[in-house]
Design a protein around this ligand. Sequence first.
Ligand SMILES: [Zn+2]
Length: 200
Amino acid sequence: MRLTKKMLASFFSIAILFSFVSITHAEVLEVLVDNGASSPAALSTKCSPVEDFSEELQTKIQNIKDTFLSLPNGAGLAATQVGYTDRFFVISQEAEGELIYEEKKLKRKPGQPLVFINPRIIEESGNQIGWESCFSLPGYIYKTERPLNITIEASDENDNKFTFKTTGFWAKCICHENDHLDGILCKAKALEPREAPEDE
Ligand SMILES: [Zn+2]
């Protein structure tokens, strides 16, 4: 998911992301794009649960992080968007919320994108209607309805289990990324026809 000016108008508190500086790494992957006429198969693939926290998985996680960090105004990026079918996504290091590890002594690492492996939304409440966009659907934004508050459980890259409780924009972002793992793009949830963003 990426941020646009229109979305920022609704979610002023995340304006700080516009000061985000892109970093280029060697392992930046191509983000797959559904251009309306054709869509790569990976974008509609339901991901398989991660069972082995192998070296191969660590490489994939690093590649997704590097790809994410190379993107302008990034809020999150899911495995399917770079052609992986493992059940994980990342969201921005700027994401606001309460992260609690099952192993209480573990703490969130500042300045690092959050990795959600085998995520599961365990609580949701309220609803919000607003705009969202996606790196795999460039040039358009979509009006959707999402829960206002969510709690999600997942594992980090070291298979440490945690819960993350968040609200507003970040709840929407996590729902968006979680949908990617079931092969669902936000355009499938659009309440109205897509709209070209003002800042493109
Ligand atoms: Zn997306």
